[in-house]
Design a protein around this ligand. Structure first.
Ligand SMILES: *Cc1c(COP(=O)(O)O)cnc(C)c1O
Length: 395
């Protein structure tokens, strides 16, 4: 039996997999079983933020699990406390953190905080959370419902929990707020939806409105967070102070982790929320190492340089192929190229793969780029050489 046959026989077929067998990786380069190399502009969908095979993270994990991997949240977990401290300091907000294992779980935590806040702070309980069209908030039943895309609300999985509604644009949110609404949850740059950054002024006005009315601003930074935008939080680019922030993807370099941070530290109390694995020694030690690396990378201006270099390349490729592309979107190292149609997206992804370059799709007509934040200049150069080859073959 080949591995592909094994996968098809024994793994539930929920993914449309590409059957390449990666064996090892170094930073933004992956090698398959035949030794063929691929430049990775996906970092496992924004997860491997400090690159593949990162020796510092590997050593930190090794040293940790040699001693303790897991004890449960009944006991003090030193790296969990240290990671929470680091996250709060990097955020610049007066917040506290709860750790889970994924982005969806982080958003579930955010919704629980919002609902309890809605009960504690208002005479008539408020519980409705408004989201936006083309958002993506996760795959649990509740976060599917929070996701503002009808295609995710398959009847097969119904009934869905109440208390969610989505609106086309930020400006439509105001009129949708009623006396049951507790807050708004948005991604500042929609990831799955098409790598679109929201207008600064619109976001700031919404934040101010919510604050004035004691309603919650929940920012899903599962994809934009952990320096993906160029700062620890994309919220820094907007002059806002969210009530609740969720993080996951890039936080522990590939070890499963999710986190919800909030300034409303007194809402969840003993017994209100919990997780068996969340925040254990393994994931939080990895997260701490990842943040140490990225903080340093950011402070030295290296991240800024990579972002500028990548943007330069992106700008040129869009200009060179104005017959295929409409423009570039996103910020930091979360970027997109808007294509004239979805056919261009799927063909480009396929041809890029053949040329040894991994890129992603987002929304209907966007090619998405989420390289490791530590990608080198050479890897960027090589990736765009391969991208050009793919585009020239497309024509
Ligand atoms: C990926 C993602 C999620 C879901 O994260 P999982 O770890 O897959 O549960 C939620 N929100 C956003 C913005 C995401 O990009």
């Amino acid at each position: 039996m080949t591995l592909e046959e094994m996968d098809k026989k024994y793994v539930l077929q929920t993914y449309n997999r590409n059957y390449v067998n990666f064996k090892n990786g170094q930073n933004a380069t992956l090698f398959d079983e035949n030794g063929k190399d691929f430049i990775d502009f996906t970092s496992g969908i924004g997860v491997v933020s400090v690159g593949h095979g990162n020796a510092k993270v590997a050593n930190a994990i090794y040293n940790q699990v040699q001693n303790i991997t897991h004890t449960s949240n009944i006991f003090l977990i030193e790296p969990q406390a240290k990671l929470a401290e680091k996250m709060v300091k990097l955020s610049g907000f007066d917040m506290a953190v709860f750790f889970g294992n994924s982005g969806a779980e982080a958003n579930e935590g955010a919704i629980k905080i919002a609902r309890k806040y809605g009960q504690n702070k208002f005479k008539n309980k408020r519980y409705k959370v408004l989201t936006l069209e083309y958002s993506f908030h996760g795959r649990t039943i509740t976060t599917l419902k929070a996701t503002g895309q009808e295609s995710f609300h398959q009847n097969a999985f119904s009934p869905y929990p109440e208390g969610f509604a989505y609106k086309n644009q930020i400006k439509d949110i105001y009129s949708a707020i009623d006396d049951e609404t507790i807050g708004v949850m948005i991604e500042l740059v929609q990831g799955e939806g098409g790598v679109q950054a929201f207008d600064k002024k619109e976001v700031e006005e919404l934040a101010a409105f919510l604050q004035k009315n004691n309603l919650l601003f929940i920012v899903d930074e599962v994809q934009t967070g952990v320096f993906r935008s160029g700062e620890f939080l994309a919220s820094k680019f907007y002059n806002i102070e969210p009530d609740i922030i969720t993080l996951a993807k890039g936080l522990a370099g590939g070890v499963p982790i999710g986190a919800v941070m909030t300034k409303h530290k007194d809402i969840l109390t003993y017994g209100d929320h919990g997780s068996t694995f969340g925040g254990n020694f393994l994931s939080t030690r990895a997260g701490l190492e990842v943040l140490n690396i990225l903080e340093n990378y950011h402070e030295k201006g290296l991240l800024r340089k990579s972002i500028e270099y990548f943007d330069d390349k992106l700008k040129k490729v869009v200009e060179n192929h104005s017959d295929l592309f409409l423009g570039r979107t996103g910020l930091g190292l979360m970027r997109g190229i808007q294509c004239k149609d979805s056919d261009i997206v799927s063909k480009t992804i396929k041809l890029s793969f053949e040329e040894g370059l991994l890129v992603l799709k987002a929304g209907r007509n966007t090619i998405r780029f989420l390289p490791p934040l530590t990608i080198t200049k050479n890897e960027i150069d090589e990736g765009f050489v391969r991208f050009e080859k793919a585009l020239n073959r497309l024509k």
